[in-house]
Design a protein around this ligand. Sequence first.
Ligand SMILES: Cc1cc2nc3c(=O)[nH]c(=O)nc-3n(C[C@H](O)[C@H](O)[C@H](O)COP(=O)(O)OP(=O)(O)OC[C@H]3O[C@@H](n4cnc5c(N)ncnc54)[C@H](O)[C@@H]3O)c2cc1C
Length: 335
Amino acid sequence: MVQMNGQEPQPLDAHLQAIADAHRIDATHLDSRAASLQGKLRGLISRPSAARLIVAKMSLRAGLTNYLVEHSRHVSGMDLSDAMAVAQQEAANGRRVSVGYWSQPSDRAAAIAAEYAKAIDAIAQALPGASISIKADQLEFDRALLFPVFRRAAERKVPVHFDSQHYDTATRAMAMLEAARDLGAEVSASLSSRWRRSVQDAERLMALKVGIRIVKGQGGDPTDPKIDPRQSFAALVAQCAGRASHAGVATHDPRVAGPALDVLKAAGTPCALEQLVSLPRLDALAARRGIPVQVYVAYGRFGLPYALSELTRRPAIAGWILRDLIRRLLGSRSS
Ligand SMILES: Cc1cc2nc3c(=O)[nH]c(=O)nc-3n(C[C@H](O)[C@H](O)[C@H](O)COP(=O)(O)OP(=O)(O)OC[C@H]3O[C@@H](n4cnc5c(N)ncnc54)[C@H](O)[C@@H]3O)c2cc1C
């Protein structure tokens, strides 16, 4: 029964009640939403049909949410121990590894620094040759927090990789990298091909004989938002070929990765294909060329907000989500 304002309760439509029962939805709630939809459609459809449409929309939204929860997080789990287990497995399979803590919005800079310290210790103990990937701006470029991290990494011989973060803070990140190097840490850095400044940054890193990880990058260049990340990726690769001490090709885009590895290999530049642990991997593409794979094992932050922001910026992700949902539907029908 539905209680109308100041009126007698109205009996629920039996069909609508059945739909609500089948989907374990509160029937009164469903009825009121169906009534609203029916009103918007000027009574063109019956109340149960409106209820079916609402249920379909709810199912699709639940499916999308589940997909994003499962797939959008490039993180391997919530804890360092989860990341270490994944990283050790990758290392056992012959891949190089970089472990990175992706902080949560509520994390204070000091807590992030403490997590970096823990990760350095764990890597030194159980993952020889692996590096730590850090985001210096999340420690607010605070020397009191960052320098102990760099010293610890230097002492434990764990290389420190600087992820590419925000365009506005890139100059400070480069300065921090040089400070870490001066403190004795082995360092390397990501360069975003979406940024025009990366051409100069690459020159600086090559002069320092610091390894470069080339990424398409997530944030655009405010001074030149129309840069084509594929073309500029290829241009950065060409700039590094024959000159960089090491170049990481960090992309899951086969049209970019294959040619980039070919150019670097032909120039005799030490290189690797670098992959995020949870995106569809291109390991075979590197194996065919006899080039090593390095895997970025991220842990910590739940990545849903990242994926949602990506979704609005990159409509292609909606296509990947849809493709996965269809595969699942087909899979669940055939099973
Ligand atoms: C090792 C590594 C380190 C990185 N470090 C940084 C960094 O420091 N700073 C930074 O800004 N960015 C970084 N990135 C992210 C990178 O810049 C891109 O945002 C990301 O890799 C997607 O771009 P792409 O080059 O792989 O090609 P895309 O064309 O975007 O993707 C290639 C394929 O990957 C799959 N894919 C990509 N994204 C998704 C998704 N969200 N959900 C499902 N499938 C997806 C699809 O199959 C797609 O066809 C890093 C990436 C890698 C691999």
